[in-house]
Write a protein of this length. Sequence first.
Length: 294
Amino acid sequence: MRLLLDARPTVQQAIEAVRAALAAGLDPDQDPPRSVVPVPTGQFLLMPAFWDRYAGVKVASVAPDNPARGLPRIQGHYLLMDGPTLTPMALLDGVALTSVRTAAVSAVAADLLAEPDAERLVVFGTGPQAESHIEAFQTVRPVREVVVVGRNAERTQAFAAQYPFARAGTPDDVAEADLIACCTSSRTPVFDGAKVPEHATVVAVGSHEPAAREVDDVLIGRSTVVVEGIGAATREAGDVMLAMESGALAADTLVSLAALASGRTVPPGPRLFKSVGMAWEDLVVAAATYEAVT
């Protein structure tokens, strides 16, 4: 087995791996459910998957208080295995993998949903996912302006200062957005869904918990809602589950990412892609990373 803890997939590699898997017929709804074990300081996550020539499992921890300690909220490793024999082949950095694969899936969805000339991106959050999503969206759309919205003004200014085309903003900036990325740990909606333009595409990736959401019922009710897998979304995605409970969303209107990638069209109006993070995404990106360095 090789230790590849320093091997980090590029966003482009990850996007191509996700696209290729969906084009080859991977069905996200066949993924085993994520195992979540509560512990006093957070959660343990176990995410196994099998596809093509590979198998693998991510073991991760989620510690909500870690950012205040200067530590990552999510930590872990990925064990990549040979599919036919289940022999361990490589151990990868789970944090780097998670950051890149999440943004890559968002970029694939945005490429299928967003207007071709989408150039104004509003990002909620100032962590690794916000950074990865800026890079990923620049790969699939001509992003020329980024507005960063965060809870801490000093941190938000510092994050925006990393980019010559970015500035700090407020939730009201969604009114002028082409793309909106929600990359936060918020448990309540981070902006007013009524202000989102008709042509905009929203991506929400911050949570996989049934009681947490980043977007409100107003946006859900206005939007075509796309999810990685129908089963995972109705089991884990608070944005989806809470809207279903309130009556703002009907389960039979959900569109899967696989259907979208296979040519499913969506009507005019806002588009929302809600991601919870699935095991197949880790596997296909881990495999692409392994193949790139061996």
